[in-house]
Design a protein around this ligand. Structure first.
Ligand SMILES: [Zn+2]
Length: 267
């Protein structure tokens, strides 16, 4: 079965047709989806959606949500992790991390939120789902200091050397729609050359549409939308199978095993 290790199924983009999106995912062979939270405001939503559809969820405060978070939101996260720790569908702490790409974020606060959440993951024995943009080295440094039980570096876009640092920390690397673009040379080279057991698949839906859903700025201005969804995962995987010269079935079995290794509570 295919596992989408990162999908924001609770996003507003899916409000009108979420049930159909889930049905299409099932039909496409995507049997499991991990729903990462982004702030305390959607903890209950991802938990409820996961239970409703037989999926899994993660709880955490996304780096881009740290600016709008209250100081005691970290405490509320710790309480939520405590309350739901025994829930078999709570598989990770996430989405957490660092973002040095978006301008104007409070660097010190981002790092503090990330550090505290890594400590929570360690304390609760949960893997992490990591977001890092222009911050791979910084995040790797935090991971050396705080030993979490592995997890996934989502939408990985670093060098091979940086990839190795995450792998040494017990993390898998998440690949998705970005590698379907011919011009994504670095991501494609990584997807091709990394050890197969380093890779998990994700859509990050509704974001990171694969090339066949991509809309240019002009098309978007004309009202055409590019919405990614979990049913696209097998076709995204096809790209990876071609890059690696593997059969789709062999790839499916390998990435399923990798996903389970990264997130051991996956049912
Ligand atoms: Zn995400």
């Amino acid at each position: 079965m295919w596992i989408d290790t990162h999908c924001h199924l609770d996003a507003g983009e899916f409000s009108a047709d979420r049930v159909a999106v889930v049905a299409r995912a099932r039909q496409a062979g995507v049997g499991q989806i991990v729903l990462p939270a982004v702030d305390v405001g959607n903890f209950e939503t991802v938990r409820t959606l996961a239970h409703e559809h037989g999926y899994c969820y993660a709880l955490g405060i996304h780096p881009l949500a740290v600016g709008g978070a209250a100081e005691d939101d970290l405490e509320r996260l710790r309480e939520a992790l405590g309350d739901h720790h025994a829930d078999p569908r709570l598989v990770a702490v996430g989405e957490i991390g660092l973002d040095r790409f978006v301008p104007g974020l409070d660097t010190e606060r981002l790092e503090r939120f990330c550090t505290t959440q890594l400590q929570m993951a360690r304390d609760f024995g949960l893997p992490v789902i990591l977001h890092s943009r222009r911050a791979v080295d910084e995040l790797a440094k935090l991971l050396r200091r705080i030993e979490v039980p592995g997890g996934i570096a989502h939408a990985f876009n670093g060098s091979r050397q940086q990839a190795d640092v995450f792998l040494e920390r017990g993390c898998k690397l998440g690949f998705g729609g970005a590698m379907t673009f011919d011009r994504a040379l670095r991501i494609r080279a990584l997807a091709q050359d990394l050890p197969l057991d380093a890779i998990v698949l994700e859509t990050d839906a509704p974001d990171i549409p694969p090339h066949w859903l991509y809309r240019t700025a002009d098309e978007r201005a004309a009202g055409q939308i590019a919405r990614n969804e979990p049913a696209e995962l097998p076709r995204i995987a096809q790209t990876l199978a071609e890059l690696r010269g593997l059969s789709v079935a062999a790839l499916e079995a390998a990435v399923e095993a990798n996903s389970r290794a990264a997130l051991p509570k996956l049912p």
